[in-house]
Design a protein around this ligand. Structure first.
Ligand code: FPP
Length: 234
């Protein structure tokens, strides 16, 4: 969800106003995903590296997250949305962690859509964490190193509860993944747009979904093999 700062700067506003408007886009895009039948939406709301931002900006983002969790709670519950997180959420202040844990707990039985917040998240950190857990299992004699395959690693990732990542959208014209879902993005389709996140709404989402629909996903196979598979599934 990149471009909040630039959105504000262009208007002579403090960066916080960009994040504020970014939270409006979060609401609009989540509503649209729920309506369009998107199974899971993961939002990169705060990276592990974002802790290095100025103290005042981090504090304003934490205040915004708290407000979001309190204000959106009713709509999330009414719409049968399960809220989860990926990331080192133990680093979050209690003012965010408390309403977050409460909503995670209360929405755990919801089934219509997964809304996952990446908070204090880093893709390398996620993989590193899985590797450390595997090493401990091996050290305790509970695991044969030869049985470690990609599926087992995937099951240890913070995102293990989510379906495969189909489409990754990055706003604001940057052409990087910036440590977001590195493992999961192996075969996801990438959609880059110059639109700044506070300007990103339902129409932009539909454009990204439409582009996704026209992509041929080969997963290493040839064109011809994909055709045969598609016909067999019809
Ligand atoms: C990156 O833009 C954005 C962030 C670091 C924060 C994203 C947070 C929100 C959209 C709002 C809060 C989230 C929720 C779920 C309510 P940037 O500040 O790096 O923008 P820039 O590259 O233009 O400076």
């Amino acid at each position: 969800m990149d471009g909040n700062g630039r959105w504000a700067l262009k208007r002579g506003l403090p960066r916080f106003e960009g994040h504020n408007r970014g939270a409006d886009s979060v609401r609009e895009v989540t509503r649209a995903c729920r309506r369009l039948g998107v199974r899971a939406l993961t939002l990169y709301a705060f990276s592990e590296q974002n802790w290095n931002r100025p103290v005042a900006e981090v504090a304003s983002l934490m205040a915004l997250l708290r407000r979001y969790l309190l204000e959106e709670r009713a709509e999330i519950m009414e719409n049968d949305i399960r809220l989860t997180t990926i990331g080192r959420t133990s680093r979050l202040p209690d003012s965010v962690a408390d309403p977050l844990q409460e909503l995670i707990r209360d929405s755990a039985g919801n089934r219509s859509m997964d809304l996952c917040l990446a908070l204090s998240y880093g893709g390398q950190e996620e993989i590193g964490d899985a590797v450390r857990r595997l090493m401990h299992q091996v050290a305790r004699g509970e695991l044969d190193p030869d049985s470690v395959d990609e599926e087992r690693i995937g099951r240890l990732l913070w995102s293990a509860h989510l379906p495969p990542l189909d489409l990754l959208i990055r706003t604001s014209g940057e052409l990087r993944l910036s440590n977001f879902m590195l493992w999961q993005a192996a075969y996801s389709e990438l959609f880059f747009t110059k639109t700044l996140w506070p300007d990103f709404g339902e129409d932009d989402l539909k454009e990204a979904l439409d582009a996704f629909r026209h992509r041929e996903r080969r997963f290493g196979r040839t064109d011809e093999q994909v055709e045969v598979l598609l016909q067999a599934n019809d």
